[in-house]
Design a protein around this ligand. Structure first.
Ligand SMILES: *Cc1c(COP(=O)(O)O)cnc(C)c1O
Length: 401
């Protein structure tokens, strides 16, 4: 966030000064995603990864079609978590060979759609094996599958845990051999394994440890595979700093772990490729959310900036997207970047609920109605993860610049 360009006191995003960008969009609130930042982040990840590791984008983090289309050209594959996301990925021109589909509750029709599309299905239950077998038979097409493992260990450091212990995600390690056997009997096209430990992990050493443990587990389970393993999706969950005191992820230990994994895989699972699936880490820092100040209220000594945007577009910044403690995302008055003076103000939305807070008692340039509030770190889990219908306010716009 330190290297933000400004022109005449205005934040520039995608090279466009903020007020001009608002005019171009034709409304506030809006999200803006910067192509240059997306490309730079993918390049930085590639530079940190040992050669040969596949890099996938997890569409869930930001499914805006134009962004998915742009990302498709930068990464090696797209991971989707519903038939809706699968349609976005395929419309964006993704090669189905490089699309994989995970999710704890895939509807029957979604499994049929996956077979008809030729994408890789990460199997998460015995039920899915049966449904895929009948889809194959009916359509006369192969079903490409991997097994999503719920490991018998926890990966520490993730903000939201999605693996280890009792979980609805994936197949428990103990049950994997039986599922592999069923896959073999059903004649599904087995390709490999998938693990996804959880989201928003900021500790490189813990991510590295999780990768090594996951890889170890895959090597163990591969003995029961019906055919040689070709694909090992080791997940992601790499975090970005949102709050004061949080440090950007140190990729050095992650890179070392992946190099060790590559080396062992070459001898123990020859022909298999390791893949990472990253959502937030690739897109989160490339996006801003912009809302306009509607009113400036003074209540018993405290300043409230009431904007036309809020939790209905940006649930995460309001602190209601799985956070235990509400903390402020980085926020600025985007058309007053040169102002040195500071006041303490709270930024709230127009919804008639105390949950609708974008920033609580934070230091900002003094502002007036008409000014533009910018929330940084907003490229992931924005509009698609927010209750846009709540209270009947207009939806936000999204642009890729
Ligand atoms: C949510 C999810 C992702 C993306 O997580 P990020 O924390 O945004 O990187 C990737 N894979 C699976 C299976 C997921 O459920």
């Amino acid at each position: 966030m330190s290297e933000n360009a400004t022109i005449r006191g205005e934040l520039c995003w995608g090279g466009v000064p903020l007020t001009q960008l608002a005019e171009r969009v034709g409304q506030t609130p809006f999200y803006a995603y910067d192509r240059a930042r997306l490309a730079a982040r993918v390049a930085a990840v590639r530079a940190a990864l040992p050669g040969g590791i596949g890099l996938h984008y997890a569409v869930k983090a930001n499914p805006m079609p134009a962004l998915v289309g742009f990302m498709r050209g930068l990464v090696d594959g797209l991971d989707v978590a519903s038939a809706g996301e699968m349609a976005v990925a395929l419309d964006a021109g993704a090669n189905p060979l490089h699309v994989s589909f995970a999710g704890p509750g895939k509807r029957d029709v979604e499994l049929v759609q996956a077979v008809a599309s030729g994408v890789l299905v990460n199997i998460e239950s015995m039920r899915e094996v049966g449904l895929l077998a009948s889809a194959c038979e009916r359509l006369g097409l192969p079903a490409r599958v991997a097994v999503r493992i719920n490991p018998d260990f926890e990966i520490r450091g993730a903000g939201m845990r999605m693996g280890g212990g009792a979980k609805p995600f994936g197949v428990d390690t103990e049950q994997v051999p039986a599922v592999l056997k069923a896959i073999g009997h059903a004649g599904l096209q087995f390709e490999g394994f998938h693990l996804y430990p959880g989201s928003q992990n900021l500790k490189g050493a813990l991510i590295a440890q999780g990768l090594l443990q996951s890889h170890e587990l895959v090597l163990r389970l591969a003995d029961d595979a019906p055919t040689p393993v070709k694909h090992v999706n080791l997940g992601g969950g790499w975090g970005i700093p949102y709050f004061p005191g949080e440090q950007a992820l140190d990729l050095a230990p992650v890179s070392d772990a992946l190099a060790a994994i590559q080396q062992r895989m070459a001898s123990e699972l020859p022909g298999a490729q390791a893949v990472l699936e990253l959502g937030r880490y690739l897109v989160g820092e490339a996006g801003i959310y912009v809302a306009r100040v509607l009113d400036r209220k003074l209540s018993r000594g405290q300043v409230f900036l009431v904007t036309d945007g809020g939790m209905h577009h940006h649930l995460a910044a309001s602190g209601n997207f799985g956070q235990v403690i509400r903390r402020n995302y980085p926020v600025v008055i985007g058309n007053r970047m040169d102002t040195v003076a500071r006041e303490v103000a709270s930024v709230v939305g127009p919804l008639c609920t105390p949950l609708d807070v974008l920033a609580e008692r934070t230091e900002l340039a003094p502002s007036e109605p008409g000014d533009l509030v910018v929330v940084f770190q907003s490229g992931a889990y924005g509009p698609s993860a927010s209750p846009q219908a709540f209270l009947g306010h207009p939806r936000c716009a999204e642009v890729l610049v």
